[in-house]
Design a protein around this ligand. Structure first.
Ligand SMILES: [Zn+2]
Length: 299
């Protein structure tokens, strides 16, 4: 099983040339160019969201911000507010892919990562995903309408979410205000360490070429009164993990996490493919059985 999955993942990682695999291996590795692109984007965007989450821990720790309730949930709200407030459409897509990530994770729950910071200390992934959807639709109901519709996110909730988002935004912004400084610049040390194995190196290369770690250095490199020298490191850890280490002042993103997300999306493509194949000549059956709507982004 592991092997089949890694074939899939290879499909996402590499160029179309990889795809002319002998058909007996799996009908499935015929990922289209579009799927490969979508899969890569999914992996990168989930990495960026996770990095924003860890950067949220960084801000809480570096600025000694008071946190009410679970820090994990607080940091999710903080990173959502920062991503959504970035007024950058690409980052809006980032958060949408991240929310998709949680719905996929919910479906694949059994073999999901259990004991890392990013997922382990959270309750239900589904619950967490809906909390983020609430931030999204609260921030921009229009932009995320199609997405929220695809999840059948209730109208009354959407109205409440406008206020919930505003409240989250205002309280985080007032906490951050004391730690913002016009014109302040912070230098981060970004590094992509060699993965040490071929499979994960593909992910290291993907993240590097997308500038995933640099996104954090850019987003937090200006305007925050942070001491320089914070490290942002991509590496092989031995677990699917991502974390902020306050002693080392380092955000670490483990390449295994990217491999995990590639598996999630690849399996989703596989399930989609088999559903289509099961339909009558693939003709009219709407594939509404899946709860994840990966392509519901507003044009
Ligand atoms: Zn966390």
């Amino acid at each position: 099983m592991r092997f089949l999955k890694s074939v899939w993942v290879a499909g996402i990682l590499t160029c179309a040339a990889m795809l002319s695999m002998p058909s007996h291996k799996l009908e499935a590795q015929e990922l289209t160019d579009e799927q490969i692109e979508e899969g890569q984007r999914f992996v990168v965007n989930n990495a960026i969201f996770i990095l924003f989450h860890e950067a949220g821990h960084m801000l809480v720790s570096e600025f000694n911000l008071p946190v009410l309730g679970r820090e994990e949930d607080a940091v999710d709200a903080l990173s959502s507010v920062l991503l959504l407030g970035a007024e950058d459409e690409e980052l809006n897509t980032t958060i949408q892919d991240a929310a998709d990530g949680w719905f996929l994770l919910d479906e694949a729950n059994e073999d999901g990562p259990q004991d890392d910071d990013f997922m382990g200390t959270h309750g239900l992934d589904r619950q967490r995903a809906f909390a983020i959807v609430c931030m999204m639709t609260g921030a921009d109901a229009e932009f995320f309408k199609v997405f929220a519709d695809s999840l059948e996110f209730p109208e009354e909730r959407r109205e409440e979410c406008v206020f919930e988002y505003q409240k989250a935004r205002e309280s985080w912004m007032s906490l951050l205000a004391a730690n913002m400084k016009e014109g302040a610049k912070t230098k981060f040390k970004v590094s992509y360490q060699p993965a040490g194995n071929e499979d994960l190196q593909g992910f290291a290369d993907l993240l590097k070429s997308a500038g995933a770690l640099e996104t954090i250095a850019t987003a937090f490199g200006e305007g925050y009164n942070l001491k320089g020298g914070i490290k942002i490191t991509g590496k092989t850890c031995g677990v699917e993990n991502a974390f902020w280490d306050p002693e080392a002042r380092e955000i670490t993103y483990c390449y295994e996490m990217a491999a995990f997300h590639a598996e999630l999306i690849a399996n989703w493509f596989a399930n989609q493919g088999s559903e289509e194949a099961a339909g009558d000549d693939g003709a009219s059956d709407e594939t509404e059985a899946t709860t994840v709507k990966l392509k519901k982004k507003k044009e």
